[in-house]
Design a protein around this ligand. Structure first.
Ligand code: ZN
Length: 215
């Protein structure tokens, strides 16, 4: 299985993709989809396509709803004080996102680890944070860093590690047509960045049974 590494350790400036706070405009999207069908040489009036603009508009609105989700609201009441300082890991979180360069899906798994600092977050909230950032137009590197930085700041954690393994349809269906390539990106913050031991423990714990492993 070919793996392509994208190394990111939280160094770069993260582009603001918070959106404009308005829900998607379904009416405008529908007429644009009709235009697109025409431009592609299709007949938007034929039976099979009659409801397509409406369906596509709704699908796009769903897949980009992360612009309108508020992380603080999502975490409200889900942070618990605790005297626990061992690593917490949530791995194999499925996600589906869309690349902002081609508006085609990329999807795969996210693995998250953190070292608590007097508080932990309800485990079910971590996949919801992942979804919030996945349901926007994204690039994999930024997606990875956003999850890591959000957890680091909201939990005030001693350290956070995030690894994302993804397949990109824009690579698989067009261009290089590399069907088996998995892009891997990581963001290591705090102790995960400064202590090789911590980072290694995390990488070891998420490794078994991850995407692309044959065992
Ligand atoms: Zn792309």
């Amino acid at each position: 299985m070919a793996k392509q590494g994208i190394r990111r350790r939280g160094q770069q400036q993260v582009e603001d993709v918070s959106g404009n706070g308005r829900p998607a405009d379904l009416g405008v999207l529908q007429s644009l989809v009709t235009e697109m069908l025409l431009a592609l040489g299709e007949k938007p009036g034929r039976n099979g396509l009659l409801k397509t603009p409406e369906r596509v508009a709704k699908a796009l609105a769903f897949m980009t709803q992360g612009y309108h989700r508020d992380i603080d609201h999502l975490l409200n009441g889900a942070l618990f004080p605790i005297e626990y300082d061992e690593m917490v890991i949530v791995k194999d979180i499925d996600f589906f996102s869309m690349c902002e360069h081609h508006l085609l899906p990329f999807y795969g798994k996210v693995h998250v680890g953190y070292l608590p600092n007097k508080k932990v977050v309800g485990l079910s909230k971590i996949p919801r944070i992942v979804d919030t950032f996945a349901r926007r137009l994204q690039v994999q590197e930024r997606f990875t860093v956003q999850i890591a930085e959000t957890l680091k700041s909201k939990l005030n954690a001693h350290g956070v590690g995030v690894v994302v393994e993804a397949r990109h349809l824009c690579m698989m269906m067009r261009g290089v047509e590399k069907q088996n390539t998995i892009a891997v990106s990581s963001s290591m913050l705090g102790a995960f960045r400064s202590q090789p031991q911590t980072r290694l423990e995390f990488l070891k714990l998420i490794r078994r049974g991850s995407v692309g492993d044959s065992d």
